[in-house]
Write a protein that binds this ligand. Structure first.
Ligand SMILES: C[S@@+](CC[C@H](N)C(=O)[O-])C[C@H]1O[C@@H](n2cnc3c(N)ncnc32)[C@H](O)[C@@H]1O
Length: 200
């Protein structure tokens, strides 16, 4: 499904970074190593590379990451890309200064395992930034997010607090906001936003 989507002309979620990431990335230690989970066509990874971070983008879609590399070249920066299913991907131990998860909706069991790895793989002082759709999005006018048939893929602040136990929450909110990201994320949307850091 994702390779098919990314095979379309243009960038499915645009080439500009996610607004929340753009406003909060200053909290990631300067010049640090950042991992972008489920990064797709690379808009967030390329933005972070332009801010001076050493960025690795992981996604299961080869087509998406190929476009991410092109976007990086077009912007005069380098990013590392890893084609992997997050089911198998090992995030490592205390190696990342920042981890970013934007609209990375995976099944709950995998999400719990992944978020446990996020806690373990951040360095002390490292920062996790997440924005994802909440169930409430199904009542909104905006596009984007998992389909109604896969409600279990939505996220909530309560679940995230539990899954990210071990991190200190600097931001944790469920909000409604207008999103304009390419063709597939448009309009009034309900999202959860998290910035959480590992104690130095
Ligand atoms: C809505 S897109 C978001 C892409 C990117 N984070 C952004 O904000 O532009 C969701 C992405 O999650 C990726 N994805 C979903 N399940 C995955 C998995 N199990 N392993 C790796 N990537 C996955 C898809 O390939 C897709 O690129």
């Amino acid at each position: 499904m994702w390779n098919q989507r990314y095979d379309e002309k243009g960038y499915a979620y645009g080439t500009a970074p996610n607004d929340f990431l753009k406003s909060e990335c200053f909290r990631i230690p300067k010049g640090g190593r950042v991992l972008c989970l489920a990064e797709g066509e690379g808009r967030n990874a390329v933005f972070l590379a332009k801010q001076g971070y050493a960025v690795t983008a992981v996604d299961q879609s080869s087509v998406g990451l190929e476009k991410a590399k092109t976007l990086a070249i077009d912007n005069g920066v380098e990013i590392s890309t890893i084609i992997a299913d997050l089911v198998d991907y090992d995030l490592g131990k205390e190696i990342w200064d920042g981890i970013v998860s934007i609209s990375a909706h995976v099944p709950p069991e995998l999400r719990r395992k992944l978020h446990n790895q996020v806690v373990n793989s951040l360095k002390r002082g490292g920062v996790f930034i997440l924005e994802a759709y909440t169930k409430r999005h199904l009542e909104m006018d905006g596009s984007g997010g998992p389909p109604p048939s896969q409600k279990e893929l939505f996220m909530s602040l309560d679940e995230l607090k539990h899954e990210l136990n071990g991190l200190d929450f600097l931001v944790g909110a469920e909000i409604e906001r207008n999103i304009s990201e390419g063709k597939y994320h448009q309009g009034e949307s309900a999202v959860v936003q998290v910035v959480a850091c590992k104690k130095a």
